[in-house]
Design a protein around this ligand. Structure first.
Ligand code: AKG
Ligand code: FE2
Length: 496
C-alpha cells in the first residue's frame, strides 16, 4: 500500500477546512445581500425618478394644450427631454455591485472543485450501499436506524441522481430524481434555475433513465407534459435510443460481508472466548494488569479496554489535528480509496512530545513486541463517509519496507474516540466486528506467530463513518524488530 497526500481533498475530511468553507459561505452570502441591496437601491431610485418624471404628464392630462401654453411648463419639458434622458441612459447602463461580483470571482478558486464534490457524492453512495438505505431514507436523514437531524435538498438529490446515472444505476437514479422533484417547490423553480437545475434538465435525465430501462412510452408521456420539451419529445427520445448511455468508471465495490458486518443489525455469534486480566505479556503488566478480551484465536486478535488516559487522548488529538492531511491510500488493485486524514508519526514526532513516547511504550506493554517510532505509526481521522477498504496489512512481497524491517507481522490500533455511527473495524472473512470505542486497543497478528506465514484471514476494513468522525492511532509492527525477543522461528510454507 502506498500513501499519497492530496491537499485539495481537505474539505472531505478536515472539520477545520469545512469550517473555513462555512465561514466563506457566510461571507459570500453577506456579499450577495449587499449586491442585492445595491440593486434594490438602484431600483428604488429609478422608481422614484419615474414617478417624479410622470408628475407633469399627470398634471397635463386632458388639458395638454392649455398646459403647454404656460412657459413654466414648456421650458421644463424641453430641458427635461434634452437633458434628463441622457443622464438616465448613463445611470441605467452603470453596472451595479461590481465589487461584490469581483469578490465572488476572487473566491471561486477556493471553493470545492468538481472532483471533490463528486467524491462527497460517492460518500453518500457508499453509506447508502453499506447500510442498504433507500434513497428516500438517506434523503430524510435516516441511516442504519439513526435519525440525523438533516435532509437533502432538491439540488443535492439531483446531484446524487446524476452520479447513479453516470454509473448506469438507472433505477436508483430515477428514485433520486423523484425525491428531487418532490422537493422542488413550484414557487422556487426560478431560483433553482439560477442554480443550474431547471425542470427541463430534470425531465430530460428522467426520460433518459426511462429509455435506458426500455420504458420509452413512459418517457414520452413525461416529456409531452413538459411545455418546453413537448414539441421535440420524440426526437429527444430517438436521440437517447441512438446514443445509449456509456458507463464511465464504476462505483466503489463493497463486499457483501463487509456490508453485513458494518450494519447495526449484525450481531456476532456468542464466542467461547472470554475476558480476562492480562498480566503476562510484559513486565509492566505484572504491576498493572490490563482488561483483555479475546476476539479470535486464529488469527490471534485481542482487544484491551480502558487503556488510554483521557489526558493523553486529548493531547494526541490536539497535536495531530492541525497537521492532518487528506490522503489517498493506494493498493495494487484499487487506486482511489480516499479514506481520511492521515498523519505519519515521524511528522509529529519531530515535536518531541512526551505523550508520543508514553503511547509507544503503552503499545510495547500491550503487545510485548518491539515498536520503533519510525514512520510506521499513523494517526487517521475518518470524516463523513470515509472508510478503509478491505485489505491486509502484510505485504508478502519484497519491497523497501520489507527488505529493511521484514513484513508487518502485527498491528496495534488505539481508538481515540467513540465512533458509534459506522467506523467499526471489521474482519469480513472471520465474521469479526470491533466497534470503535474510546480508549480501547485492538491488537492482532497478521502472520503466524511461529512460522511467520501470512494469514489471509486477517483481511480487514473500516466501516464508513456516517455521523461525526473517528480517530485511530495505528502501528504496524515489523518482523525484524523482534529479532532479539522472539528467538523461535520456523520456516513456513507461504513465506516470500
Ligand atoms: O481504522 C481502522 O479501523 C482500520 C485501520 C487499519 O487497518 C490500519 O491502519 O492498518
Ligand atoms: Fe490495517
Amino acid at each position: 500500500m502506498f500513501w499519497k497526500v492530496e491537499s485539495r481533498k481537505e474539505f472531505l475530511v478536515a472539520e477545520s477546512a469545512n469550517m473555513d468553507l462555512m465561514q466563506l459561505d457566510g461571507e459570500l452570502i453577506d456579499s450577495l445581500m449587499s449586491y442585492a441591496d445595491k440593486i434594490d437601491q438602484k431600483v428604488s431610485k429609478l422608481k422614484r425618478l419615474a414617478q417624479e418624471l410622470r408628475q407633469p404628464l399627470e398634471a397635463a392630462k386632458g388639458r395638454e394644450e392649455e398646459y403647454l401654453g404656460n412657459p413654466l411648463h414648456s421650458f421644463p419639458l424641453i430641458r427635461h427631454m434634452y437633458q434628463d434622458w441622457q443622464y438616465l441612459a448613463e445611470f441605467m447602463k452603470k453596472p451595479v455591485g461590481e465589487e461584490e461580483i469581483g469578490f465572488l470571482r476572487k473566491k471561486l478558486p477556493e471553493l470545492p472543485w468538481q472532483a471533490e464534490t463528486e467524491e462527497a457524492t460517492v460518500y453518500i453512495f457508499r453509506i447508502a450501499e453499506t447500510h442498504g438505505m433507500m434513497p428516500w431514507e438517506m434523503a430524510n436523514g435516516l441511516i442504519d436506524n439513526v435519525r440525523l437531524n438533516s435532509t437533502l435538498s432538491a439540488l443535492d438529490c439531483f446531484e446524487v441522481a446524476k452520479l447513479y446515472f453516470k454509473w448506469g444505476y438507472f433505477k436508483q437514479a430515477l428514485q433520486w430524481i423523484s425525491i428531487s422533484k418532490t422537493r422542488l417547490q413550484e414557487e422556487y423553480s426560478g431560483v433553482y434555475e439560477v442554480l443550474g437545475m431547471s425542470g427541463q434538465d430534470v425531465a430530460l435525465l428522467q426520460a433518459r433513465c426511462l429509455v435506458e430501462l426500455d420504458l420509452r412510452d413512459v418517457a414520452l408521456e413525461l416529456l409531452v407534459k413538459q411545455p418546453d420539451l413537448a414539441e421535440h419529445s420524440t426526437s429527444w427520445l430517438d436521440q437517447f435510443e441512438a446514443y445509449p448511455h456509456m458507463t464511465v468508471d464504476s462505483p466503489p465495490t463493497l463486499g457483501e460481508d463487509f456490508k453485513r458486518l458494518c450494519r447495526s443489525s449484525f450481531s456476532p455469534k456468542p464466542s467461547k472466548l472470554h475476558c480476562r486480566y492480562n498480566s503476562t505479556t510484559s513486565p509492566f503488566l505484572i504491576l498493572a494488569p490490563l482488561k483483555m478480551e479475546q476476539i479470535s484465536l486464529e488469527p490471534y486478535i485481542v482487544v484491551y479496554h480502558d487503556i488510554l488516559p483521557e489526558g493523553d487522548i486529548h493531547q494526541l488529538i490536539a497535536l495531530a489535528e492541525p497537521r492532518l492531511r487528506a490522503t489517498l491510500a493506494f493498493t495494487e488493485d484499487k487506486s482511489d480509496s480516499v479514506f481520511g486524514a492521515f498523519l505519519p508519526f515521524k511528522d509529529m514526532n519531530s515535536s518531541g512530545e512526551p505523550v508520543l513516547d508514553r503511547l509507544t511504550q503503552r503499545m510495547r506493554d500491550i503487545t510485548g513486541l518491539q515498536i520503533h517510532q519510525r514512520n510506521r505509526i499513523n494517526i487517521i481521522k475518518y470524516g463523513f463517509g470515509a472508510h478503509y477498504a478491505a485489505r491486509h496489512d502484510f505485504f508478502n512481497e519484497t519491497n523497501s519496507e520489507t527488505e529493511g524491517y521484514g513484513d508487518r507481522m502485527a498491528t496495534v490500533m488505539f481508538y481515540l474516540n467513540d465512533a458509534p455511527n459506522g467506523g467499526a473495524t471489521v474482519f469480513p472473512r472471520i465474521n469479526v466486528k470491533v466497534p470503535a470505542e474510546r480508549g480501547k486497543v485492538l491488537f492482532w497478528y497478521n502472520l503466524d506467530g511461529e512460522t511467520h506465514d501470512v494469514d489471509p484471514k486477517t483481511v480487514h476494513a473500516a466501516c464508513p463513518v456516517f455521523h461525526g468522525s473517528k480517530w485511530v492511532m495505528a502501528a504496524w509492527i515489523h518482523e525484524y524488530d523482534q529479532m532479539f525477543i522472539q528467538p523461535i522461528y520456523r520456516e513456513g510454507k507461504m513465506k516470500h
